[in-house]
Design a protein around this ligand. Structure first.
Ligand code: SF4
Length: 478
């Protein structure tokens, strides 16, 4: 029996059982061991993929180690983003201040690596000792003649969402400082796409094929110069709504650029992302025609393959726990195509509107969670007898300890899951994870299926020289 903390009860909802009076968008309950990352980590994940910038973490070395190379974001050129620099603040710096240390380290690093820009991240301790990082950034910006941007991401000052906001504030300082000459009227910025496993390249190619120019991707395979001219685009297309809707709103206010929310996960959402952009430029019917051709072409080869997977996956149960709720919507739609029911769904940073939509999308009995923790996730995964957990790096050990399949849909992964190609990769991975014979030897399944430790011993023989149908019939090889 796993109990839920009293203060957390209004952030958990079971469809068809509870009245929907859902609480979200608030600080984590102390002691609940939230799955959320800190404010600093929120900023770091958003800005990290800007590949020609130098990223320096002003604080103890642990903050930098924690977020070192945190996303699998690929770069088509420089890879400065993959290094993690820290001012490594020690006791003396904390007593006497770390501004001088920050200045001298940056001075040296800028001369050595010649970055196109610098991001200086404030961590918890900077919020406590009060170093004026803005003053250091201003001084270096003048001396080195490159943008040196402070990111006010003091770890304790709010939720991961505040980190997203601090990152967007830094981006907003860059946007508007470059030339917008020669940018097409049919142009977009892609916001909240981080080029994991080259996904941004694939999405850019789709848009290029339908006649749309992509001015900048924020921040996948990002470049300082592209971000500077992002105000020249006609439309902002927001993929990771949790991290970038704030920036899209600010750009609408400041530059009058409208924005739409899209998702590139799953065939329905991917196609809608193309059609919505084509609709925005409806004065050019050629764009819509090209979008239709592209979608038809992709689906004609993909759908028959997905139907094959549906035969074995239909009726399986999944749990989803992701950063932003918008990704959860896409995953639910994508899994429905192969007949998988989502019985547990949650996010770290969803809003009231997100959860209302999630409730409408889910079937009766589905548990919806906001800002959950390992105990709650374990409780509902076990109660619902889940076959597959889809989440991020912090959910992986949880799934394996519970003896169920896991699919990484976060920044650690190495295969693309976006677009049409990504949908096929995703379903292949889902299939391989769920159907692996290893799960029947997990303690909870061994007990329910009457497997004994000798079953496990027999299977271990299969890998050896004695492997034969007579020796063992449980691994599925024979
Ligand atoms: S900023 Fe604070 S909470 Fe975040 S990693 Fe550093 S010490 Fe930890």
């Amino acid at each position: 029996m796993i109990k839920v903390l009293e203060e957390r009860k209004n952030q958990i909802y079971t469809k068809g059982k509870d009245t929907f009076d859902f609480a979200c968008d608030k600080h984590s309950v102390a002691g609940s061991v939230s799955q959320r990352a800190c404010v600093f980590c929120g900023s770091r994940v958003v800005l990290y993929p800007i590949a020609d910038a130098l990223h320096i973490v002003h604080g103890p070395v642990g903050c930098a180690a924690y977020t070192w190379d945190i996303r699998g974001s690929l770069s088509s050129g420089p890879e400065l983003h993959r290094l993690s620099f820290s001012t490594d603040l020690r006791e003396n710096d904390i007593v006497f201040g770390g501004e001088k240390k920050l200045y001298s380290i940056l001075n040296e690093l800028i001369d050595k690596y010649k970055p196109k820009g610098v991001f200086v991240y404030a961590t918890c301790i900077i919020g406590i000792i009060g170093d004026d990082i803005d003053a250091v950034c201003r001084k270096l910006e003048k001396e080195k003649n490159i943008p040196v941007l402070s990111v006010h991401s003091e770890g304790f000052k709010g939720t991961k969402k505040d980190g997203y906001r601090a990152a967007c504030d830094a981006l907003l300082k860059l946007i508007g400082t470059g030339s917008t000459d020669n940018i097409s009227r049919f142009s977009i910025n892609i916001l909240g796409e981080f080029n994991l496993a080259g996904e941004a390249w694939m999405i850019k190619e789709y848009y290029r094929k339908i006649g749309i120019e992509v001015v900048s991707v924020m921040t996948g395979d990002g470049r300082i110069e592209d971000i500077k001219k992002a105000h020249g685009a006609s439309l902002n297309v927001v993929q990771c709504s949790g991290s970038m809707t704030g920036l899209a709103k600010s750009m609408k206010e400041k530059y009058g650029i409208p924005y739409i929310r899209v998702s590139y996960f799953g065939i329905e959402d991917m196609s809608k992302a193309l059609y919505d952009v084509a609709d925005h430029f409806s004065d050019n019917p050629e764009i819509l025609k090209k979008a239709k051709d592209l979608v038809t072409n992709e689906l004609s080869s993909l759908l028959p393959v997905l139907q094959k997977y549906r035969k074995t996956l239909s009726g399986k149960k999944a749990a989803i726990y992701v950063g932003g709720a918008f990704k959860a919507f896409s995953l639910i739609r994508a899994l429905k195509i192969v007949g998988i029911d989502v019985c547990v769904a949650g996010s770290q940073t969803g809003t009231k509107d997100d959860y209302a939509l999630l409730k409408d999308m889910c079937d009766e009995g589905t548990v919806i969670l906001d800002d959950s923790n390992p105990l709650e996730l374990s409780k509902y995964v076990l109660e619902k007898n889940i076959d597959l957990f889809i989440g991020g790096v912090k959910e992986r050990p949880l799934a394996y300890k519970l003896g169920i399949g896991f699919c990484d849909h976060n920044h650690e992964r190495k295969i693309s899951l976006a677009g049409y190609e990504g949908m096929l990769n995703f379903i292949r991975e889902v299939h391989a994870s769920i159907m692996s014979p290893v799960w029947k030897f997990a303690p909870r399944n061994s007990a329910s299926r009457g497997n004994t430790s000798s079953d496990a011993i027999q299977t271990s023989k299969c890998a050896g020289a004695d492997c034969s149908p007579e020796a063992c019939s449980s691994c599925g090889k024979f």
